[in-house]
Design a protein around this ligand. Sequence first.
Ligand SMILES: Nc1nc2c(ncn2[C@@H]2O[C@H](COP(=O)(O)OP(=O)(O)OP(=O)(O)O)[C@@H](O)[C@H]2O)c(=O)[nH]1
Ligand SMILES: [Mg+2]
Length: 461
Amino acid sequence: MPVVTSSLSEGHHRLLLSLLGHVRLHLLHKASVHGFSALAFHNHCDRQGTTIIAAYNAAGFVFGAHTSQDYAQSGADVCDEKAFLYSIHTGGGGGAKTLRVAPDIHTACAFKDMATGPDYGALVFLHEDAAKVQSNPGEGGFTFQPAQMHGDDTALTEFEVYRVEGLGDLLAKPWRNIRWSAERRQQLMKIILTYKPEVQTVQRARAVLVGPVGAGKSTFFNSINSMFRGNMTSQAIAGTAGKSVTTQFRTYTIKAGKGGAVVPLILCDTMGLEENTEAGLDVEDLVHIFKGHVKDRYQLNPLTPIHQDTPGFKERTTLSDAIHCVVYVVDTCKVSLLSQKMLDKFASIRKKTNHLGIPQILLMTKVDEACPLAAEDLQNVYRSVYLQRKARELSESFGIPMSCVLLVKSYSEELELHQDVDILLLTAAEKILNYADSFFENQVVVEDPEAVDLYTSKVMT
Ligand SMILES: Nc1nc2c(ncn2[C@@H]2O[C@H](COP(=O)(O)OP(=O)(O)OP(=O)(O)O)[C@@H](O)[C@H]2O)c(=O)[nH]1
Ligand SMILES: [Mg+2]
């Protein structure tokens, strides 16, 4: 499915936010993709809470309507003290002109909640199921000059609707204490570099990154690698495409500096999960990965699941080959958009992971994209009310305690390392090692660890 992107320029976006306060916009409907029809509009926008319309015309106007009430095709007149019409015009060489029209409180109902396009009386969008707006200034209690509202041009070149998500304020106290100092960074580096697994036969902890396509798995590995190397690296191919960019199972060894000591943490990268069966990483393939049967660079194929006769299948595995911690990776911007099918897939993976006794953590990536407060200053990450809400939402839908949820920002476009980014990445790496220790503590001690089927504790011949 093509990615649907907003047509708002950076300037329009900024001006729109200045009308709305401390919020984030989430695109629900884009008529050039979904259709200039009332039906398509209601399919995407009904019962979405606070929304704002952005209609575009060839005269360079972006204009629309804000309401804090649901569209629900109830047939009723909906009143809303928070409703307003607006217009932003940046054409003509001068600065941007912004117009905000509140309804007359004595007469006004915000909109007629019909099965038509959004009907604010003075402006009726998608009029007659077409790319146009009907303009009736004064009607419904909204008074304006048509020239100021839409430059007298009622034909629409685009029509978008955004859900307005309140970001809340910053918490007075962060919900997790992070020390943002150079000393702490050094301390975490040292803890990780001197880590030794509880079990003597195992040299390094092995964690696997599991998550939907584009969640930031490969970029997380690249970021950890860059941090230990001391410069930006991009060993794992990362990027965006309709399908998973990563198609091979990779086990990455990390070195502290060029040619330096090996970090006692192996990060394994996998193909992204997709909601449909026979697409994306196969859940049974993942179980083979957990048990250590899959070799580095194995070409994953959703249509041909791995089995014992698969070339390269590693039959005899040791504790060193197995996965010691599963790291679920989820894009913070997409927490509310995880489909039931994807959540079901995660639930089935969790069931299998629990059965194998592997500890799990949940990594929420792209906090900078999800929350402007975190983008402005990463030290706000555990103080942002919005991010805390998203973490709770995810923890509940996964059934994973909040204590296992970690927020990170990976290096996606930077050329230089940054202390705050490093501290969040190192905190995640330290947590992975602690959880791997829990895995080791649960292992039965066997006489010959080199010849054991881990998960049946059966000595193999
Ligand atoms: N702003 C920002 N972008 C990120 C972050 N992490 C990843 N990205 C971007 O997200 C996109 C997808 O990242 P990948 O690391 O390729 O995602 P993946 O989970 O490996 O995806 P597949 O291999 O396709 O399943 C890339 O364009 C990254 O630059 C982050 O923390 N912040
Ligand atoms: Mg990848």
